[in-house]
Ligand binder design. Structure first.
Ligand SMILES: [Zn+2]
Length: 83
């Protein structure tokens, strides 16, 4: 699994979280891409499990859940990738 996050991807994630959204629409395809982070235990793509919202509804904290091993962890927003 890739570990790098492109600058464009990071910017899209930042904008979506600031707007309180957990998906990013790909302008080329119109497809909604969801946010994932790599599980620190096994590297699997873990989906968003819980969020905390701040002022204006912005998403300020993301807790991920790995469906492979059940691990829950808080993801740094720099570590969020889309697919
Ligand atoms: Zn895991």
């Amino acid at each position: 699994m890739r570990a790098d996050v492109s600058p464009e991807e990071r910017q899209s994630v930042e904008q979506a979280l600031a707007a309180g959204r957990l998906t990013v629409v790909d302008p080329a395809t119109g497809y909604h891409r969801s946010m994932y982070a790599a599980c620190p235990r096994d590297g699997s793509a873990a989906a968003v499990w819980r969020i905390a919202r701040g002022a204006g509804g912005a998403v300020i904290e993301l807790t991920m859940h790995c469906s492979q091993c059940g691990h829950e962890f808080k993801a740094a927003r720099e570590a969020i990738f889309l697919r």
